[in-house]
Each structure stands twice: as structure tokens, then as C-alpha cells.
Design a protein around this ligand. Structure first.
Ligand code: 4AD
Ligand code: MG
Length: 459
């Protein structure tokens, strides 16, 4: 019977039980009388030690770091070692050799180097841990919303609408670029994209999420989103995963409660259910990470308005590169000051000026600010952006007109306000930014298996 290494190490499997394991060689040492193979099958950080008692009887010449093996044998208990189970080999089959030019030798490689071999990096300790962690946290997200009776909905990847109105859509085109259709001005006629429609990759599932929320109540999306912004920072990717809950009959204050519950639930889940991974991050990526996460689970998040944030920043004894005044968008240096120096914990900033936020946010009574909320955390900055939506037909229509939007194209979106409109709210959590914060990883390229950034779209 085949066993996973994790189960062998964690469960009380009987001594001398016969087992079959399959995995990849992490290290291999041999002498005349005995050989040791550390085998990893991806099920845990720990390797299974395989002991070969009469090396001359086994095909050990073909074994090197990275080779794949099928091993039959029995388990044995060893006293006085941290890992108390090892396996004595009775039959070894080399499934795939790994020649000497295998790039992952037993030493610490820099993250920069590993990004260049993204196809092999999942086999390193750090990235095997990260990929398992990603999977566990994705599960935690589904668990949270399902426990609260939210429906998981699927929004389109190919769409005609730019949900954020920021002009950052990748085009999806079926044009024959060898012989493209031209318009009267002699330019390529992109309105013929995608068999006669101008389409792109979604920047957010929100607008369709609103359609579903105003039909079936509480929903969430969890899928890939795309931004064609040429920003080469450690926090931006061209393709990232976003979780977007949307709630009907919900105002901003109700949503803030859900947001805090959600973040704390995920943090607690990481500490309790992804212990091996969090211990690893705590030891190798950022010492003290677990304590930071634990403190957040126990503390209240701070909450201020944008106007208060500006007052704090103006009073700060700091030389900001970007000057602060009411109306400017908060830059990452400002966010860092607020979360790292002033509050020293995650904060919600609400009620931003309408001009710097997307068209769909609900206008406040002051006529200047909107019911927006960003959640900012130390080191990473913004991890959540959300708002109460403008549910008043006339107000929304006027706003869209003022922004020069094509009302025809968004008539379906306005229809939500025309027929049975309700107050509703939602937000988007960047999955990679969440993983960065939990793990202490400082580059977004290292929390997603195959990063898509302006300079990397290989694989
Ligand atoms: O603030 P954003 O642009 O908000 C929206 O897209 C809304 N439609 C969400 C909603 O209300 N349903 O993005 C939300 C979050 C950000 O706070 C950030 O965590 C993440 O998505 N994000 C990115 N993550 C990685 N790379 C990028 N280029 C990102 N842009 C946004
Ligand atoms: Mg935002």
C-alpha cells in the first residue's frame, strides 16, 4: 500500500509495517556499508529517511538529488532522534534520473535566482511550503463564506466592461493582425475585436457580483483578475487572485464588521490549521511573524476617515516624497506611516474623496466624499478595497455621465438601480497581498506559483 510521507511521520503507523513510498530525492549519502536517502513527496516539509543496509544490492548509481524513486520496505523506530521513524529499503526503483546539471542542489538559493527557474522552484522547501499554504488559505476562504451562507459565484474573465474605470484592461482580440480591419482614419478598428465586440480581461468581478447579490443575497467571487498597469513593484502583479464578497441590504458599517471577522478568521486559520507552514515562515522568512499575526487576531482594528488620515499625516514629523493635502490619493509611504508608525496595526480608512475613487461608490451627504473603505496593513499596505455602492439610479447615472462613460454599454448595470434597488456593499481582498502579509514574504512574485508581471510571462 502506498503511503504519503506526511502520514508516515504523523500517524502512529505500526513498527515493521510494510510500506510503499514514492517521491524525490532531497539528499543522498552512501558509503560501503550503508546509504541514506532523504525522500520528499510534497506532502510535508519533512523528508522520510530511507536507510539502505546493503548498498551493493541496489541501483544506487542512478540516484542523485532530484531523482524520483519508488521504494518498498518497512518502517522502523529509532530512539533518541527528533524524527523517530525511518524506513528500511527492500526494493528501490529509480523512476526518473536527475543528471548533474539539475539546478537545485543542496544549498540556499536566492529568491531572485529561483524566480528564473519557476518550473523547478516548487521543489524547494520555501515554495513547497508556500504552495501548500496557498491551497489551505484558499480553502479557508471558501469555508468562511460557506459557513455564513454566501453563494460562490463565477464571474466572466472575458468582458466588455472596465469595472474599475481605470483603463487597465488587457485586450482580448480575435483580429487577424496580419490583415486587420481598418477604420476611416486608417487605424486598426479594434471595435471588431472578439468577433465584433471590444473585449478585455476582467479587472474585477464586482459589477457582475452586484447583479447576483441583488438577486440571491450574499455572494462571493474568488478568481483571477488582470491589470495591464506597467507598475514594477513588489506588490503589483498583472494577474492576481481576488476574493470579492457582495451583500445586498448591507451598508458600509455592517460590512466593516464582516471585513474584520474575515481577516481574523483567516489569520486564526493560518495559525491553527497551517501550523507547519506558519512555523516555517516564522523561522525562515520573518522571525516573529506568528506573534504579529496572533496579536492582530486579538486586537481591534483601527478605524479613521480619509480626512482624519490626512490630518494625522499633515501633523507628522516626516519628510514625505509626495506632499499631503486633502484630495490626494494616499501613497504607499503614507499608508506605511499610518499603519507602521502611527497605529502599528491594520486600519480601515473610510470616506475618501469621490474624485480619487471608482464611479460606483456611494456619494456621502457632503457631496464630496464616498462610502469607500480600504484596509491597510503594515509592510504590505492596501490589502482590501471596498465600498457601499451607489444604489440611487439618478445619482449613479449622473456620475457616470460626468465621467464620460458609455451609458448604453452599462445599461445592464444601471438596471439594477432601476428595478428593486437596495443598499448593497462589497469589497475585494487581494489574495497574494494576504499571503504576503501572513508569510512575511516581501515580494508578490514569491507567493504565486507563476507570477505575471511586466517582465515575466514565461511558463
Ligand atoms: O482596490 P481594488 O482595485 O478594488 C476592486 O477591484 C474592487 N472592484 C473590489 C470590490 O469592491 N469588489 O482591488 C482590490 C484589492 C486591493 O486592495 C489589493 O489587495 C488587490 O486587490 N490588488 C492587487 N493585488 C496584486 N496586484 C495588483 N496589481 C493589484 N491591484 C489590486
Ligand atoms: Mg484599491
Amino acid at each position: 500500500k502506498r503511503f504519503k510521507v506526511k502520514d508516515i511521520l504523523n500517524d502512529n503507523i505500526e513498527e515493521y509495517e510494510d510500506v510503499l513510498v514514492m517521491g524525490w530525492v532531497k539528499t543522498f549519502r552512501s558509503s560501503k556499508n550503508i546509504a541514506f536517502i532523504e525522500l520528499n513527496d510534497g506532502s510535508s516539509l519533512e523528508n522520510l529517511q530511507i536507510v539502505v543496509l546493503s548498498p551493493e544490492e541496489f541501483p544506487l548509481d542512478d540516484i542523485a538529488n532530484g531523482a524520483s524513486l519508488r521504494v518498498e520496505g518497512y518502517l522502523d523506530k529509532v530512539e533518541g532522534r527528533e524524527q523517530s521513524i525511518e524506513m528500511k529499503a527492500e526494493k528501490i526503483e529509480v523512476l526518473g534520473e536527475a543528471p548533474e546539471d539539475y539546478k537545485l542542489q543542496k544549498k540556499r538559493h536566492s529568491f531572485e535566482f529561483l524566480r528564473e527557474i519557476a518550473h523547478l522552484r516548487p521543489r524547494t522547501n520555501t515554495f513547497s511550503v508556500m504552495n501548500r499554504f496557498r491551497s489551505k488559505m484558499a480553502y479557508a476562504i471558501h469555508k468562511f463564506y460557506n459557513e455564513r451562507d454566501f453563494y460562490y459565484i463565477h464571474t466572466p474573465i472575458i468582458t466588455t466592461g472596465d469595472a474599475e474605470g481605470a483603463g487597465e484592461m488587457f485586450r482580448v482580440s480575435t483580429l487577424d493582425l496580419e490583415d486587420p480591419p481598418m477604420n476611416d482614419q486608417g487605424e486598426v478598428d479594434f471595435s471588431q475585436d472578439f468577433f465584433g465586440q471590444e473585449t478585455g480581461l476582467t479587472v474585477s468581478g464586482q459589477l457582475q457580483g452586484e447583479l447576483l447579490a441583488t438577486a440571491i443575497g450574499d455572494i462571493y467571487t474568488f478568481g483571477p483578475t488582470f491589470r495591464a498597469e506597467n507598475s514594477n513593484t513588489s506588490r503589483h502583479a498583472s494577474e492576481f487572485w481576488m476574493i470579492e464578497p457582495e451583500m445586498a441590504f448591507c451598508e458600509l458599517d455592517d460590512m466593516l464588521v464582516l471585513m474584520e471577522d474575515f481577516i481574523k478568521y483567516l489569520f486564526r486559520y493560518a495559525l491553527e490549521e497551517a501550523e507547519e507552514e506558519m512555523n516555517f515562515f516564522n523561522k525562515w522568512i520573518d522571525e516573529g511573524r506568528k506573534e504579529i499575526i496572533q496579536e492582530i487576531v486579538e486586537a481591534d482594528f483601527g478605524q479613521i476617515t480619509y480626512t482624519e488620515a490626512i490630518e494625522i499625516l499633515e501633523a507628522a514629523d516626516e519628510d514625505f516624497e509626495f506632499p499631503v493635502e486633502w484630495g490626494v490619493d494616499l501613497q504607499s509611504e503614507h499608508e506605511r506611516y499610518l499603519t507602521e508608525k502611527h497605529f502599528n496595526k491594520p486600519i480601515f480608512v473610510t470616506d475618501y474623496p469621490a474624485e480619487i475613487k471608482a464611479f460606483y461608490m456611494r456619494l456621502n451627504e457632503d457631496g464630496k466624499t464616498v462610502k469607500a473603505v480600504d484596509c491597510l496593513v503594515p509592510q504590505v499596505g492596501e490589502i482590501i478595497g471596498g465600498s457601499q455602492r451607489e444604489e440611487r439610479y439618478e445619482v449613479l447615472k449622473e456620475k457616470m455621465e460626468n465621467e464620460g462613460m458609455d451609458l448604453e454599454k452599462y445599461s445592464w448595470y444601471l438596471d439594477i438601480r432601476k428595478y428593486g434597488t437596495v443598499p448593497h456593499s462589497g469589497f475585494g481582498l487581494g489574495f497574494e497581498r494576504l499571503l504576503m502579509y501572513l508569510s512575511g514574504m516581501s515580494n508578490i512574485r514569491d507567493v504565486i506559483p507563476f507570477p505575471r508581471t511586466p517582465k515575466s510571462a514565461e511558463y
